[in-house]
Design a protein around this ligand. Structure first.
Ligand SMILES: NC(=O)c1ccc[n+]([C@@H]2O[C@H](COP(=O)([O-])OP(=O)(O)OC[C@H]3O[C@@H](n4cnc5c(N)ncnc54)[C@H](OP(=O)(O)O)[C@@H]3O)[C@@H](O)[C@H]2O)c1
Length: 161
């Protein structure tokens, strides 16, 4: 049996990845940030014993520890960790606006440190696997080379007129 862990699996890309991995025969640990139920509950019915839904806030050390303990109760090997759970924050504000630094701090803690916390916590089981695979879902917007934008400049220019 191969084991995968997907964070932020209760909807969106994470849910799709969890479903795809289940369809390919893997055992999936699905980190659920939302209330119990929803699509993951339906997947649990469909895939029975191969889906373990785990309450998980990657910005919370205790929650991550509990999730890792739940994994180690089942396996000492994780073949693939997908750090998918994330938040966007305000993506409209420009440098000319009153910026919400508390929110930005939260976005950094969840998206950057949350992924690192998961990778750090699961590194033992990951290194025990043959694949040793950690996938950090990013964005073209986070790329140094491919994040060409006009929107912020246009908004700033329009305001100056
Ligand atoms: N969709 C896009 O166009 C796009 C583009 C570029 C990059 N991405 C990246 O792709 C990934 C998935 O995007 P998506 O569109 O599927 O996003 P989404 O629908 O907002 O799903 C994000 C998931 O992360 C969960 N989450 C939020 N805070 C969390 C926390 N503190 N701990 C654990 N989980 C948490 C959310 O839970 P709740 O459902 O309870 O909020 C949700 O299940 C993200 O990493 C995102 O940055 C997406």
């Amino acid at each position: 049996m191969r084991y995968a862990f997907v964070t932020g699996a209760d909807r969106g890309v994470g849910l799709g990845l969890a479903k795809g991995l289940l369809e390919r025969g893997l055992y999936v640990f699905a980190g659920q940030f939302a209330e119990a139920g929803g699509e993951l509950a339906r997947l649990e019915e469909a895939f029975g014993g191969r889906l373990k839904v785990i309450p998980l806030d990657i910005d919370n050390a205790e929650s991550v520890s509990k999730a890792i303990a739940a994994v180690s109760g089942i396996t000492d090997r994780v073949d693939i960790l997908i750090n998918n759970g994330a938040i966007l924050g305000d993506i409209e504000a420009t440098i000319e606006d009153g910026l919400d630094f508390e929110e930005m701090d939260k976005v950094f803690r969840v998206n950057a440190l949350g992924s690192l916390r998961m990778s750090n916590g699961l590194i033992g089981p990951i290194l025990n696997s043959d694949s040793k695979l950690i996938v950090n879902i990013s964005s073209e917007a986070g790329s140094i080379g491919s994040c060409w934008r006009t929107a912020c400049m246009l908004i700033a220019c329009q305001r100056r007129r």
